[in-house]
Design a protein around this ligand. Structure first.
Ligand code: HEM
Length: 324
């Protein structure tokens, strides 16, 4: 009897140890929720298909939201938090133009209904980003899941981590390197600008006062400058211009054709032509045999690994805009 008690005690102990080790080694993986919430990805897709059918213009903002989440404190859902002890990331300048937070709440509510407390907000955002890309005709790719949510969100941490549209190639490359991303990732993910719009204020220096010269950016096609000037007057903070005019709601490689023709809208888009390595990727992505779709999916997966919390770290928020 004593031996069997000792045996079961040891068994329980070693099982607990295995569980702890498992949690400590926990990593992201495709299908993380296959047992705990088998329909998780299906639920996200269903809600997103509904949202995209009535509000396709949210595709750009929602894709961008995942990027902004990952570049500040890692992909931990911190961009979604409303009020923490700090002023949250949401109120920082680069995030003021984000939209679609209520869509995330809607998706998360559907997930909570099916599987309470299982699917993190950071994973919800990563899945939503993939599903909007697919809904707009872009590549499907396997999203790794298993992220947990952070409980800190600090507006000041966006500084230096979310660069403005005026960023040059050196700034972009070094930030991306610091995040573990290379030039190929930079070019492929900039292809996210195939969707959505930009405020005139994010690029109007290129039209009216490039580098304080009082003239337009000489690296921008002058015909394009003239057309944009009709739309964007100096000091206009409200008008929106399409990042990829003509196919703003289609996820395709047209963005790279425009960049190659010196019609990239932001300085950071035009910067991809400055460096020979990034230029070669831009040109590759304009060809018939372009690997853009495959490379975009690969780079999204890589970006989705930045600074993630897994295992026992972080939590699973019930509601994405507040800590439990
Ligand atoms: C390479 C560095 C990047 C810079 C400097 C940058 C900067 C910007 C800026 C300034 C805007 C316009 C914001 C506004 O004025 O409303 C914008 C929009 C956008 N960005 Fe980026 N971005 C970068 C990379 C990315 C990446 C990696 C993605 C996603 C994979 C992305 C997705 C988007 C989308 C979809 C929009 C349109 C949003 C909308 O329609 O509201 N960007 N970006």
């Amino acid at each position: 009897m004593a031996t069997s008690k000792l045996f079961s005690c040891l068994l329980v102990q070693s099982m607990l140890l295995l569980l702890v080790l498992d949690a400590a080694n926990a990593e992201l993986k495709v299908g993380f929720y296959s047992k705990a919430c088998p329909n998780a990805e299906k639920i996200v897709k269903e809600v997103m298909d509904q949202v995209m059918s009535v509000a396709p213009s949210l595709s750009g903002p929602l894709l961008r939201m995942h990027f902004h989440d990952c570049f500040v404190r890692g992909c931990d859902g911190s961009v979604l938090l409303n009020d923490t002890v700090n002023l949250p990331e949401k109120i920082a300048t680069p995030n003021l133009s984000l939209r679609g937070f209520t869509t995330i709440d809607r998706v998360k509510a559907a997930l909570e209904k099916a599987c309470p407390g299982i699917v993190s907000c950071s994973d919800t955002l990563a899945l939503v980003a993939r599903d909007v890309v697919v809904a707009m005709g872009g590549p499907g790719y396997d999203v790794e899941t298993g992220r947990r949510d952070g409980n800190v969100s600090n507006a000041f941490e966006t500084r230096g981590n979310l660069l403005p549209g005026t960023a040059n190639f050196t700034e972009l490359k070094s930030l991306w390197q610091a995040k573990g991303l290379d030039v190929k990732d930079l070019v492929a993910l900039s292809g996210g600008h195939t969707l959505g719009t930009s405020h005139c204020s994010s690029f109007s220096d290129r039209l009216y006062n490039f580098s304080g010269t009082g003239r337009a950016d000489p690296s921008m096609d002058p015909n394009y400058v003239a057309r944009l000037k009709l739309k964007c007057k100096p000091n206009d903070n409200t008008t929106l211009a399409e990042l990829d005019p003509g196919s703003v709601r289609t996820f395709d490689g047209q963005y790279f054709t425009l960049v190659a023709k010196r019609r990239g809208l932001l300085t950071s888009d035009a910067a991809l032509l400055v460096d020979s390595e990034s230029k070669a990727y831009v040109l590759q992505f304009t060809t018939k045999g372009s690997t853009f779709f495959k490379d975009f999916g690969d780079s999204m997966v890589k970006m989705g690994r930045i600074g993630v919390l897994t295992g026992n770290s972080g939590s699973i928020r019930k509601v994405c805009y507040k800590n439990n």
